[in-house]
Design a protein around this ligand. Structure first.
Ligand code: ADP
Ligand code: ADP
Length: 228
């Protein structure tokens, strides 16, 4: 699980991006963070894998205070997918997917088998796409590889920051469907950032509606939609 306790982030220039935030994502739950640009969603995400540090408050991942965790160890337990997923251009799809196993020193065969399994899971046939290079894929296919790569070390926690934000609406809907299917199989604890309320409603077990630096509402999709 992920737990925020009175977390505030003030940047050096005095901007308060996140203001006294407290909420929890239960184990296996998918929480979407939705709100307009600049309201603190990305700041919230980046604090979880310690790309940035909170000014005050604390964050627990799987019960442990992340301030006391080694950032490298921490990031092994947290998959991270962003809008413009950075794949290595000179590595094949299979090699890109096996990046983390490779870094962890897994045997080559084990890493490749795991990568093939994950590509299958995100809807890319490894026998068709495994040996292609990133520039031989569509935008949507690249995002799928990004999701597969983030899952490679089987992290309990997944952070997704507008992962489907850069693809066209038809592809996005398809990726959402596939992601829901995937999540029903792998049941990760997921924080998913989007500025698209429809996406937030479709994917979230619960939705955190952000207004500048604060959560204005935190509830199930039905309650958020039914609210006056
Ligand atoms: P969102 O992801 O919802 O678009 P961000 O978390 O990126 O929002 O930004 C929240 C606020 O913090 C914005 O006002 C943004 O301009 C500001 N901000 C983000 N990063 C920095 C930074 N490195 N330095 C100063 N202000 C920042
Ligand atoms: P390097 O260590 O310089 O990447 P290697 O000979 O170990 O060179 O690997 C050659 C290619 O095979 C690299 O692109 C690497 O990503 C890939 N590779 C190496 N080990 C693995 C592994 N365990 N699983 C998947 N791919 C691997």
């Amino acid at each position: 699980m992920i737990r925020f306790e009175h977390v505030t982030k003030r940047y050096a220039d005095g901007t308060t991006a996140v203001d006294d935030l407290s909420f929890e994502v239960a184990e296996g739950e998918l929480v979407t963070l939705v709100g307009p640009s600049g309201c603190g969603k990305t700041t919230t995400m980046k604090m979880v894998n310690r790309l940035i540090e909170p000014t005050s408050g604390r964050i627990l991942v799987e019960g442990g205070d992340i301030a006391e965790a080694d950032p490298v160890q921490l990031r092994r337990r947290i998959g991270y997918v962003i809008q413009q997923i950075g794949l290595f251009p000179h590595k094949t799809v299979l090699e890109n997917t096996a990046t983390v196993p490779h870094l962890l020193g897994w045997q080559r065969k084990k890493g490749r088998d795991r990568a093939a399994e994950l590509l299958e899971l995100v809807g890319l046939d490894p026998s068709v796409y495994g040996d292609r290079y990133p520039d031989q894929l569509s935008g949507g296919q690249r995002q799928r590889v990004g999701v597969a790569r983030a899952l490679a070390a089987d992290p309990p926690v997944l952070l997704m920051d507008e992962p489907f934000g850069a693809v066209d609406p038809v592809v996005r809907e398809h990726l959402q469907t596939e992601f829901l299917r995937l999540q029903s199989q792998v049941r990760k604890t997921v924080l998913f950032v989007t500025h698209d309320i429809e996406e937030a409603v479709r994917l979230g077990d619960r939705i955190a509606v952000y207004g500048s630096g604060k959560i204005e509402q935190f509830d199930t999709p039905a309650s958020v939609l039914g609210a006056p």
